[in-house]
Ligand binder design. Structure first.
Ligand code: ZN
Length: 156
């Protein structure tokens, strides 16, 4: 009788642990499986306190400020800095496809489109020699030849 009484709590605890693990695995999967987010807005420059600052000062981070006012902080990298530094874009308005790997604290850029005069354009850099497309300026990552800036009205 006492043996059975001792056995039951142990089983329950083990079952609870299995449920907890399953929940953990589920929430992890939900986070890493986040769908891409398409956000239109204006490029904003952030200081070290993550408050908006002038883009003339070297900004600590870049963000896309959605039309709703919500800030999407962009992961540091070439794709983000291109938005600020590429003068041929001639705009601070963008439509970005974003993906977060940390529950919305920062976003990686999956796809970059510019908005100019209310129209959306695709843009990229192209190496004719290698037939390679990138979203960041600079020499071709393959043959180091200069790449060509191209833009075209977006189809969607
Ligand atoms: Zn090349």
């Amino acid at each position: 009788m006492s043996g059975a009484a001792n056995k039951r709590p142990g089983t329950a605890a083990r079952r609870a642990a299995v449920v907890a693990l399953a929940l953990l695995a589920h929430s992890w999967a939900a986070t890493s499986g986040d769908k891409n987010l398409v956000v239109s807005g204006r490029l904003a420059c952030l200081g070290t306190n993550l408050k908006e600052t002038s883009c003339r000062d070297a900004p600590a981070r870049l963000a896309l400020k959605a039309d709703t006012g919500q800030l999407h902080i962009l992961a540091a990298g070439d794709a983000a800095s291109t938005l600020l530094q590429e003068k041929r874009l001639q705009t601070r308005q963008f439509r970005l496809t974003l993906r977060s790997l940390d529950s919305g604290k920062t976003f990686q850029i999956v796809k970059t489109q510019l908005i100019r005069g209310g129209k959306v354009y695709d843009f990229h850099y192209f190496c004719e020699i290698c037939n390679i497309t990138t979203y960041t300026p600079g020499p071709c990552m393959c043959c180091r030849a200069p790449t060509e800036y191209r833009e075209a009205p977006a189809e969607t």
